[in-house]
Design a protein around this ligand. Structure first.
Ligand code: E4P
Length: 230
């Protein structure tokens, strides 16, 4: 499963990209507004940090303007995935951009029928929003299960299921069980995935016992140097 980070905060992106576990980035107009930065500038910076797909969303709702915006965004960097909403004009734009070899992420997907349309329009990614469905007492992960099953029936569907609006680590684990291709997560969820109290407890015990041995794997000189650099 690929891991994307769902933010326009470049400090967070740099920090988590350093783990080597980040495969891409998703942004949306709300995340850009939250960053307080110029859209084009921030997207360009993100594309320099991460070599995988970076989703940048169009702001228009009519096909012609969406297409023009999509082309401008796609011209910013080779790893841009133009994000379009799941509307008739959005899918028309998806078809046109995909036909030109541009990656497209079809966003705001809330039903299996919409996901079938996105695949037929040649989307690279479809983004079903699980958290927002959970918020209205509708099981978001059931939608992921449905879409994964449907897509598996049609090998000519190349669209990847990008699980979006993730709120907690179990969304990611369930998405992986279902075979979803990508999870896009807010930075805190990626950090939560690392955490387990038994890991912390076990590490503390190992370190305490190691200290008792009085040994150093790197030797005393190197140990001092690595500590002073840390
Ligand atoms: C990602 O592409 C979506 O825009 C994002 O995951 C939406 O998340 P939210 O429902 O937490 O705003």
């Amino acid at each position: 499963m690929k891991f994307f980070i769902d933010t326009a905060d470049t400090a967070e992106i740099r920090d988590l990209a350093a783990t080597g576990l980040l495969d891409g980035v998703t942004t949306n107009p709300s995340l850009v507004a939250k960053s307080g930065r110029d859209f084009i500038e921030v997207v360009q910076e993100i594309c320099e940090i991460v070599s995988g797909p970076v989703s940048a969303e169009v702001a228009a709702t009519d096909h012609e303007t969406m297409l023009a915006e999509g082309k401008r965004l796609a011209g910013l960097a080779p790893n841009i995935a133009v994000k379009v909403p799941l509307t008739p004009d959005g899918l028309k734009t998806c078809k046109a951009l995909s036909g030109e070899g541009t990656m497209v992420n079809v966003t705001l997907c809330f039903s299996p029928g919409q996901a079938i349309l996105a695949a037929k329009a040649g989307a690279t990614f479809v983004s079903p929003f699980v958290g927002r469905l959970d918020d209205i007492s509708t099981p978001g992960m059931a939608l992921i299960e449905d879409i994964c099953r449907i897509y598996a029936q049609y090998p000519d569907f190349k669209t990847q299921v990008l699980v979006a609006s993730i709120r907690h680590p179990m969304h990611v684990v369930e998405a992986a069980r279902m075979g979803a291709h990508v999870s896009t997560m807010p930075p805190n969820v990626i950090r939560q995935l690392f955490a387990h109290p038994l890991t912390d407890k076990g590490l503390a015990a190992f370190l305490a016992d190691w200290e008792k041995t009085g040994q150093s794997i790197l030797g005393d000189d190197k140990k001092v140097r690595s500590v002073s650099h840390g």
